[in-house]
Write a protein that binds this ligand. Structure first.
Ligand SMILES: Cc1cc2nc3c(=O)[nH]c(=O)nc-3n(C[C@H](O)[C@H](O)[C@H](O)COP(=O)(O)OP(=O)(O)OC[C@H]3O[C@@H](n4cnc5c(N)ncnc54)[C@H](O)[C@@H]3O)c2cc1C
Length: 396
Protein backbone atom coordinates (compact mmCIF):
# COMPACT_ATOMS: atom_id res chain seq x y z
CA UNK A 1 0.00 0.00 0.00
CA UNK A 2 1.36 3.45 -0.85
CA UNK A 3 0.52 6.46 1.26
CA UNK A 4 0.33 9.90 -0.30
CA UNK A 5 3.04 12.22 0.99
CA UNK A 6 1.79 15.42 2.60
CA UNK A 7 2.28 18.62 0.66
CA UNK A 8 3.37 21.76 2.51
CA UNK A 9 2.73 24.92 0.57
CA UNK A 10 4.55 28.05 1.71
CA UNK A 11 3.30 31.39 0.43
CA UNK A 12 6.07 34.00 0.49
CA UNK A 13 9.80 33.40 0.36
CA UNK A 14 10.99 36.08 2.77
CA UNK A 15 12.46 35.69 6.24
CA UNK A 16 9.45 33.72 7.46
CA UNK A 17 8.75 31.56 4.41
CA UNK A 18 12.19 30.78 2.98
CA UNK A 19 13.73 29.88 6.33
CA UNK A 20 10.70 27.70 7.22
CA UNK A 21 11.22 25.82 3.95
CA UNK A 22 14.96 25.40 4.54
CA UNK A 23 14.41 24.22 8.11
CA UNK A 24 11.70 21.78 7.05
CA UNK A 25 14.04 20.35 4.43
CA UNK A 26 16.82 19.91 6.99
CA UNK A 27 14.70 18.01 9.51
CA UNK A 28 14.88 14.25 9.80
CA UNK A 29 12.00 12.60 7.96
CA UNK A 30 11.04 9.00 7.48
CA UNK A 31 10.81 8.15 3.80
CA UNK A 32 7.06 7.58 3.90
CA UNK A 33 6.30 10.87 5.70
CA UNK A 34 8.81 13.18 3.97
CA UNK A 35 6.56 15.89 2.60
CA UNK A 36 6.69 17.71 -0.67
CA UNK A 37 7.68 21.30 0.16
CA UNK A 38 6.55 23.97 -2.30
CA UNK A 39 7.76 27.53 -1.84
CA UNK A 40 5.96 30.27 -3.79
CA UNK A 41 7.11 33.84 -4.30
CA UNK A 42 6.20 36.49 -6.83
CA UNK A 43 9.86 37.43 -7.10
CA UNK A 44 12.63 35.18 -8.39
CA UNK A 45 14.92 36.38 -5.58
CA UNK A 46 14.99 36.29 -1.81
CA UNK A 47 15.68 39.74 -0.37
CA UNK A 48 17.87 40.13 2.70
CA UNK A 49 16.29 43.50 3.50
CA UNK A 50 18.55 44.58 6.41
CA UNK A 51 21.28 45.03 3.78
CA UNK A 52 19.10 46.89 1.25
CA UNK A 53 20.65 50.25 2.28
CA UNK A 54 24.00 49.11 0.94
CA UNK A 55 22.58 49.00 -2.60
CA UNK A 56 21.99 52.77 -2.47
CA UNK A 57 25.66 53.44 -1.70
CA UNK A 58 26.81 50.58 -3.96
CA UNK A 59 28.70 49.04 -1.07
CA UNK A 60 26.98 45.78 -1.99
CA UNK A 61 25.55 44.35 -5.18
CA UNK A 62 22.19 42.75 -5.88
CA UNK A 63 23.57 39.20 -6.15
CA UNK A 64 24.96 39.47 -2.62
CA UNK A 65 21.81 40.61 -0.82
CA UNK A 66 19.22 39.07 -3.13
CA UNK A 67 20.25 35.62 -4.36
CA UNK A 68 17.84 33.83 -6.75
CA UNK A 69 15.67 31.17 -5.11
CA UNK A 70 16.83 28.61 -7.68
CA UNK A 71 20.38 29.10 -6.42
CA UNK A 72 19.52 28.97 -2.71
CA UNK A 73 17.38 25.86 -3.12
CA UNK A 74 19.55 23.99 -5.61
CA UNK A 75 20.82 21.48 -3.04
CA UNK A 76 17.45 20.89 -1.40
CA UNK A 77 14.29 19.00 -2.26
CA UNK A 78 12.21 22.20 -2.01
CA UNK A 79 10.25 23.00 -5.16
CA UNK A 80 10.20 26.71 -6.03
CA UNK A 81 7.28 28.17 -7.97
CA UNK A 82 7.52 31.78 -9.07
CA UNK A 83 4.14 33.47 -9.29
CA UNK A 84 1.78 35.84 -7.59
CA UNK A 85 -0.68 34.15 -5.22
CA UNK A 86 -4.03 35.78 -5.88
CA UNK A 87 -6.19 33.65 -3.63
CA UNK A 88 -6.00 30.96 -0.98
CA UNK A 89 -9.04 28.70 -0.88
CA UNK A 90 -9.03 27.31 2.63
CA UNK A 91 -12.07 25.10 1.96
CA UNK A 92 -10.63 23.24 -1.01
CA UNK A 93 -7.09 23.60 0.39
CA UNK A 94 -5.74 25.23 -2.73
CA UNK A 95 -3.41 28.11 -3.41
CA UNK A 96 -4.24 29.95 -6.64
CA UNK A 97 -1.32 31.38 -8.60
CA UNK A 98 -1.72 34.33 -10.99
CA UNK A 99 -5.48 33.53 -10.96
CA UNK A 100 -4.79 30.50 -13.17
CA UNK A 101 -2.99 27.48 -11.78
CA UNK A 102 -3.80 25.92 -8.41
CA UNK A 103 -1.64 24.04 -5.94
CA UNK A 104 -3.31 21.66 -3.49
CA UNK A 105 -1.87 21.45 -0.02
CA UNK A 106 -2.19 19.55 3.23
CA UNK A 107 -0.34 22.16 5.26
CA UNK A 108 -0.31 25.87 4.44
CA UNK A 109 2.24 28.41 5.66
CA UNK A 110 1.28 32.04 5.11
CA UNK A 111 4.33 34.29 5.13
CA UNK A 112 3.48 36.93 2.53
CA UNK A 113 4.94 39.87 4.50
CA UNK A 114 3.60 43.40 4.71
CA UNK A 115 3.67 46.50 2.53
CA UNK A 116 4.31 50.18 3.14
CA UNK A 117 1.01 52.11 3.25
CA UNK A 118 1.25 55.10 0.92
CA UNK A 119 -2.44 55.86 0.52
CA UNK A 120 -2.84 57.69 3.83
CA UNK A 121 -1.52 61.04 2.65
CA UNK A 122 -2.59 62.77 -0.60
CA UNK A 123 0.05 62.51 -3.31
CA UNK A 124 2.28 60.06 -1.46
CA UNK A 125 1.38 57.09 -3.64
CA UNK A 126 2.28 59.02 -6.77
CA UNK A 127 5.30 61.01 -5.63
CA UNK A 128 6.92 59.24 -2.67
CA UNK A 129 9.01 56.09 -2.98
CA UNK A 130 8.78 53.40 -0.29
CA UNK A 131 11.91 51.51 0.76
CA UNK A 132 11.00 47.87 0.98
CA UNK A 133 11.78 45.99 -2.20
CA UNK A 134 14.65 45.69 -4.65
CA UNK A 135 12.60 47.69 -7.12
CA UNK A 136 12.19 50.52 -4.56
CA UNK A 137 15.97 50.62 -4.09
CA UNK A 138 16.53 50.72 -7.88
CA UNK A 139 14.02 53.58 -8.21
CA UNK A 140 15.74 55.59 -5.49
CA UNK A 141 19.18 54.94 -6.98
CA UNK A 142 18.02 56.01 -10.43
CA UNK A 143 16.42 59.17 -9.09
CA UNK A 144 19.59 60.03 -7.16
CA UNK A 145 21.72 59.37 -10.25
CA UNK A 146 19.61 61.74 -12.34
CA UNK A 147 19.77 64.40 -9.63
CA UNK A 148 23.53 63.98 -9.27
CA UNK A 149 23.96 64.39 -13.02
CA UNK A 150 21.74 67.45 -13.12
CA UNK A 151 22.99 70.96 -12.57
CA UNK A 152 21.13 71.26 -9.27
CA UNK A 153 23.36 72.82 -6.63
CA UNK A 154 21.69 70.95 -3.80
CA UNK A 155 19.75 67.71 -3.72
CA UNK A 156 16.87 67.92 -1.25
CA UNK A 157 15.73 64.60 0.17
CA UNK A 158 12.84 64.23 2.62
CA UNK A 159 12.63 60.95 4.52
CA UNK A 160 9.33 60.22 6.21
CA UNK A 161 9.81 58.23 9.42
CA UNK A 162 12.50 58.47 12.07
CA UNK A 163 12.63 54.78 12.96
CA UNK A 164 15.50 52.47 12.08
CA UNK A 165 14.75 52.49 8.33
CA UNK A 166 14.49 56.28 8.12
CA UNK A 167 17.70 56.92 10.04
CA UNK A 168 19.66 54.25 8.19
CA UNK A 169 18.64 55.39 4.71
CA UNK A 170 19.22 59.04 5.68
CA UNK A 171 22.82 58.34 6.72
CA UNK A 172 23.54 56.28 3.62
CA UNK A 173 22.12 58.94 1.28
CA UNK A 174 24.00 61.69 3.15
CA UNK A 175 27.25 59.80 2.66
CA UNK A 176 26.48 59.21 -1.00
CA UNK A 177 25.59 62.83 -1.77
CA UNK A 178 28.23 64.49 0.44
CA UNK A 179 28.21 68.30 0.27
CA UNK A 180 25.38 68.30 -2.28
CA UNK A 181 22.89 66.60 0.03
CA UNK A 182 20.21 68.42 2.02
CA UNK A 183 18.46 65.71 3.98
CA UNK A 184 15.64 65.94 6.45
CA UNK A 185 13.79 63.31 8.49
CA UNK A 186 10.14 63.95 9.30
CA UNK A 187 8.53 62.18 12.24
CA UNK A 188 5.31 62.58 14.22
CA UNK A 189 7.03 61.67 17.50
CA UNK A 190 9.02 63.78 19.92
CA UNK A 191 12.20 61.92 19.16
CA UNK A 192 13.69 59.63 16.54
CA UNK A 193 14.47 55.93 17.04
CA UNK A 194 11.69 55.74 19.58
CA UNK A 195 11.74 51.96 19.95
CA UNK A 196 15.54 51.58 19.80
CA UNK A 197 17.85 50.88 22.74
CA UNK A 198 19.23 54.01 24.45
CA UNK A 199 22.71 53.34 23.08
CA UNK A 200 21.50 52.93 19.50
CA UNK A 201 19.30 56.00 19.82
CA UNK A 202 22.14 58.20 21.08
CA UNK A 203 24.57 56.85 18.49
CA UNK A 204 21.96 57.39 15.75
CA UNK A 205 21.35 61.00 16.82
CA UNK A 206 25.11 61.70 16.75
CA UNK A 207 25.41 60.15 13.29
CA UNK A 208 22.60 62.42 12.01
CA UNK A 209 24.14 65.51 13.61
CA UNK A 210 27.54 64.71 12.09
CA UNK A 211 25.93 64.57 8.65
CA UNK A 212 23.85 67.71 9.29
CA UNK A 213 20.61 65.86 8.71
CA UNK A 214 17.69 68.07 9.68
CA UNK A 215 15.00 66.68 12.01
CA UNK A 216 11.35 67.74 11.75
CA UNK A 217 9.90 66.23 14.92
CA UNK A 218 6.25 66.40 16.05
CA UNK A 219 5.56 67.04 12.39
CA UNK A 220 3.02 65.41 10.10
CA UNK A 221 3.14 65.13 6.33
CA UNK A 222 -0.11 66.48 4.92
CA UNK A 223 0.60 66.25 1.20
CA UNK A 224 3.30 65.24 -1.26
CA UNK A 225 3.57 66.80 -4.71
CA UNK A 226 6.09 66.15 -7.51
CA UNK A 227 8.50 68.78 -6.16
CA UNK A 228 7.11 69.79 -2.77
CA UNK A 229 6.17 68.30 0.56
CA UNK A 230 3.67 69.90 2.96
CA UNK A 231 4.37 69.57 6.67
CA UNK A 232 2.17 70.43 9.65
CA UNK A 233 3.95 71.53 12.82
CA UNK A 234 1.93 72.81 15.77
CA UNK A 235 -1.10 73.35 13.55
CA UNK A 236 0.73 75.38 10.88
CA UNK A 237 1.27 73.88 7.43
CA UNK A 238 4.44 74.74 5.55
CA UNK A 239 5.10 73.62 1.97
CA UNK A 240 8.75 73.21 1.08
CA UNK A 241 10.57 72.25 -2.13
CA UNK A 242 11.95 68.73 -2.37
CA UNK A 243 13.64 66.55 -4.99
CA UNK A 244 12.99 63.12 -3.54
CA UNK A 245 10.59 61.83 -0.89
CA UNK A 246 11.23 58.42 0.68
CA UNK A 247 8.47 56.86 2.77
CA UNK A 248 9.63 54.43 5.45
CA UNK A 249 6.74 54.30 7.93
CA UNK A 250 4.02 51.76 8.47
CA UNK A 251 3.38 48.10 7.82
CA UNK A 252 0.13 47.01 6.22
CA UNK A 253 -1.07 43.58 5.18
CA UNK A 254 -1.79 43.05 1.50
CA UNK A 255 -5.17 42.39 -0.11
CA UNK A 256 -4.30 38.69 -0.24
CA UNK A 257 -4.15 38.49 3.56
CA UNK A 258 -7.09 40.88 4.03
CA UNK A 259 -9.44 38.63 2.06
CA UNK A 260 -8.68 35.50 4.09
CA UNK A 261 -11.58 34.33 6.28
CA UNK A 262 -9.32 34.15 9.32
CA UNK A 263 -9.36 35.96 12.66
CA UNK A 264 -7.51 39.26 12.52
CA UNK A 265 -6.60 42.16 14.76
CA UNK A 266 -8.03 45.65 14.19
CA UNK A 267 -5.05 46.46 11.99
CA UNK A 268 -5.59 43.33 9.88
CA UNK A 269 -2.79 41.16 11.29
CA UNK A 270 -3.57 37.44 11.49
CA UNK A 271 -4.17 36.11 14.97
CA UNK A 272 -2.09 33.06 15.76
CA UNK A 273 -1.69 30.55 18.57
CA UNK A 274 1.66 30.27 20.38
CA UNK A 275 2.40 27.32 18.07
CA UNK A 276 2.02 29.74 15.10
CA UNK A 277 -1.10 27.99 13.83
CA UNK A 278 -3.80 30.50 12.91
CA UNK A 279 -6.77 30.56 15.28
CA UNK A 280 -9.40 27.84 14.79
CA UNK A 281 -7.70 26.27 11.77
CA UNK A 282 -5.55 23.18 12.02
CA UNK A 283 -2.74 22.82 9.53
CA UNK A 284 -2.52 26.52 8.63
CA UNK A 285 0.47 28.36 10.03
CA UNK A 286 1.35 32.04 9.67
CA UNK A 287 4.40 34.04 10.64
CA UNK A 288 6.39 37.22 10.08
CA UNK A 289 5.09 40.70 9.35
CA UNK A 290 1.50 39.59 8.68
CA UNK A 291 0.82 38.17 12.13
CA UNK A 292 0.37 39.55 15.60
CA UNK A 293 3.55 38.15 17.13
CA UNK A 294 3.93 37.84 20.88
CA UNK A 295 6.66 36.70 23.22
CA UNK A 296 6.17 34.15 26.01
CA UNK A 297 4.70 36.81 28.34
CA UNK A 298 2.16 37.92 25.73
CA UNK A 299 4.01 41.16 24.92
CA UNK A 300 3.60 42.20 21.29
CA UNK A 301 6.71 41.93 19.16
CA UNK A 302 7.71 44.28 16.35
CA UNK A 303 7.60 43.27 12.69
CA UNK A 304 11.26 42.38 12.23
CA UNK A 305 13.38 39.87 10.39
CA UNK A 306 14.66 38.67 13.75
CA UNK A 307 11.14 37.69 14.83
CA UNK A 308 10.24 36.10 11.47
CA UNK A 309 13.52 34.21 11.35
CA UNK A 310 13.07 32.78 14.85
CA UNK A 311 9.43 31.90 14.13
CA UNK A 312 10.50 29.95 11.04
CA UNK A 313 12.32 27.45 13.25
CA UNK A 314 9.21 26.84 15.35
CA UNK A 315 6.92 26.78 12.34
CA UNK A 316 9.00 24.08 10.62
CA UNK A 317 9.34 22.08 13.81
CA UNK A 318 5.62 22.23 14.58
CA UNK A 319 4.64 21.06 11.10
CA UNK A 320 7.12 18.21 11.50
CA UNK A 321 5.60 17.44 14.91
CA UNK A 322 2.08 17.52 13.51
CA UNK A 323 2.94 15.11 10.69
CA UNK A 324 4.81 12.82 13.07
CA UNK A 325 2.15 12.95 15.82
CA UNK A 326 4.45 14.67 18.33
CA UNK A 327 3.63 17.64 20.60
CA UNK A 328 4.04 21.10 19.10
CA UNK A 329 6.16 23.80 20.76
CA UNK A 330 5.05 27.31 21.72
CA UNK A 331 7.11 30.09 20.12
CA UNK A 332 9.73 31.54 22.45
CA UNK A 333 11.35 34.76 21.29
CA UNK A 334 14.98 35.46 22.18
CA UNK A 335 15.90 39.14 21.79
CA UNK A 336 19.39 39.03 20.30
CA UNK A 337 20.03 42.75 20.05
CA UNK A 338 19.62 45.51 17.50
CA UNK A 339 21.92 46.70 14.76
CA UNK A 340 21.79 49.61 12.37
CA UNK A 341 23.92 50.96 9.56
CA UNK A 342 24.94 54.57 10.06
CA UNK A 343 26.41 55.56 6.73
CA UNK A 344 29.29 54.05 4.83
CA UNK A 345 31.68 52.01 7.05
CA UNK A 346 29.77 52.88 10.22
CA UNK A 347 27.13 51.15 12.36
CA UNK A 348 25.75 50.73 15.88
CA UNK A 349 25.03 47.50 17.68
CA UNK A 350 23.61 46.74 21.10
CA UNK A 351 22.51 43.50 22.65
CA UNK A 352 23.65 40.45 24.61
CA UNK A 353 25.66 42.76 26.90
CA UNK A 354 27.52 44.38 23.99
CA UNK A 355 27.48 47.99 22.82
CA UNK A 356 29.53 48.81 19.74
CA UNK A 357 29.70 51.65 17.28
CA UNK A 358 31.94 52.91 14.47
CA UNK A 359 33.86 50.59 12.19
CA UNK A 360 33.97 47.74 14.78
CA UNK A 361 30.18 47.66 14.81
CA UNK A 362 30.21 47.90 11.01
CA UNK A 363 32.37 44.76 10.73
CA UNK A 364 30.39 42.91 13.43
CA UNK A 365 27.11 43.75 11.66
CA UNK A 366 28.47 42.51 8.36
CA UNK A 367 29.70 39.24 9.88
CA UNK A 368 26.43 38.59 11.72
CA UNK A 369 24.45 39.17 8.53
CA UNK A 370 26.87 37.02 6.55
CA UNK A 371 26.13 34.19 8.96
CA UNK A 372 22.40 34.80 8.57
CA UNK A 373 22.40 34.71 4.75
CA UNK A 374 20.64 31.60 3.48
CA UNK A 375 22.73 28.62 2.42
CA UNK A 376 26.44 27.97 3.08
CA UNK A 377 27.49 28.27 -0.56
CA UNK A 378 26.04 31.75 -0.82
CA UNK A 379 27.64 32.75 2.50
CA UNK A 380 31.02 31.58 1.18
CA UNK A 381 30.67 33.40 -2.14
CA UNK A 382 29.67 36.64 -0.44
CA UNK A 383 32.28 36.29 2.32
CA UNK A 384 35.02 35.66 -0.24
CA UNK A 385 33.92 38.69 -2.20
CA UNK A 386 34.04 40.88 0.94
CA UNK A 387 37.61 39.71 1.62
CA UNK A 388 38.89 40.01 -1.96
CA UNK A 389 37.03 43.18 -3.02
CA UNK A 390 39.27 45.63 -1.09
CA UNK A 391 42.35 43.92 -2.62
CA UNK A 392 40.90 44.15 -6.14
CA UNK A 393 40.11 47.83 -5.58
CA UNK A 394 43.62 48.44 -4.23
CA UNK A 395 45.28 46.82 -7.26
CA UNK A 396 43.04 48.40 -9.92
C1 LIG B 1 14.88 48.27 4.32
C2 LIG B 1 14.53 47.34 5.42
C3 LIG B 1 15.46 47.08 6.42
C4 LIG B 1 15.15 46.22 7.45
N1 LIG B 1 16.10 45.98 8.41
C5 LIG B 1 15.84 45.11 9.39
C6 LIG B 1 16.84 44.82 10.37
O1 LIG B 1 17.92 45.38 10.35
N2 LIG B 1 16.53 43.90 11.32
C7 LIG B 1 15.32 43.26 11.36
O2 LIG B 1 15.12 42.41 12.23
N3 LIG B 1 14.35 43.55 10.46
C8 LIG B 1 14.58 44.43 9.47
N4 LIG B 1 13.60 44.72 8.55
C9 LIG B 1 12.27 44.09 8.66
C10 LIG B 1 12.29 42.71 8.00
O3 LIG B 1 12.81 42.77 6.71
C11 LIG B 1 10.88 42.13 7.97
O4 LIG B 1 10.34 42.17 9.26
C12 LIG B 1 10.93 40.69 7.47
O5 LIG B 1 11.38 40.66 6.15
C13 LIG B 1 9.55 40.05 7.58
O6 LIG B 1 9.60 38.75 7.05
P1 LIG B 1 8.32 38.14 6.30
O7 LIG B 1 8.70 36.77 5.89
O8 LIG B 1 7.12 38.34 7.10
O9 LIG B 1 8.14 39.07 5.03
P2 LIG B 1 9.11 39.39 3.83
O10 LIG B 1 10.53 39.11 4.20
O11 LIG B 1 8.74 40.72 3.37
O12 LIG B 1 8.70 38.30 2.74
C14 LIG B 1 7.45 38.25 2.15
C15 LIG B 1 7.60 37.56 0.82
O13 LIG B 1 6.32 37.29 0.31
C16 LIG B 1 6.31 37.51 -1.08
N5 LIG B 1 4.93 37.80 -1.47
C17 LIG B 1 4.13 38.77 -1.00
N6 LIG B 1 2.93 38.70 -1.55
C18 LIG B 1 2.96 37.64 -2.39
C19 LIG B 1 2.01 37.06 -3.27
N7 LIG B 1 0.77 37.55 -3.39
N8 LIG B 1 2.39 36.00 -4.01
C20 LIG B 1 3.65 35.49 -3.90
N9 LIG B 1 4.57 36.01 -3.09
C21 LIG B 1 4.23 37.07 -2.33
C22 LIG B 1 7.25 38.71 -1.25
O14 LIG B 1 7.74 38.79 -2.57
C23 LIG B 1 8.32 38.43 -0.22
O15 LIG B 1 9.41 37.71 -0.77
C24 LIG B 1 13.89 45.59 7.49
C25 LIG B 1 12.95 45.85 6.49
C26 LIG B 1 13.26 46.71 5.46
C27 LIG B 1 12.25 46.97 4.39
Amino acid sequence: MTTQKPCICIVGGGFGGLYTALRLDSLLWQLETKPEIILIDKSDRFLFSPLLYELITEELQTWEIAPPFEEILSDTSIVFRQGCVTHMNLKTQQVILDSVSAISYNYLVIAAGGKTPLDIVPGAKLHAIPFKTLNDAYRIKEKLRLLEESEAEKIRVAIVGGGYSGVEIACKIADRLGEKGRIRIIDRGEQILDSASKFNQETGIKALEKRQIWLDLETEVTEVQSDTISLRYKGIVDTIPVDLVIWTVGNQVSQLTKQLPLEKTETGLLKIKPTLEVLNRNGIYALGDIVESKDATGKKLPATAQVAFQQSDYCAWNIWASINHKPQLPFRYQPLGEMMALGIDNAALSGLGLQLNGSVAYIARRLIYLYRLPNLQHQLRVGLNWITQPLVELLS
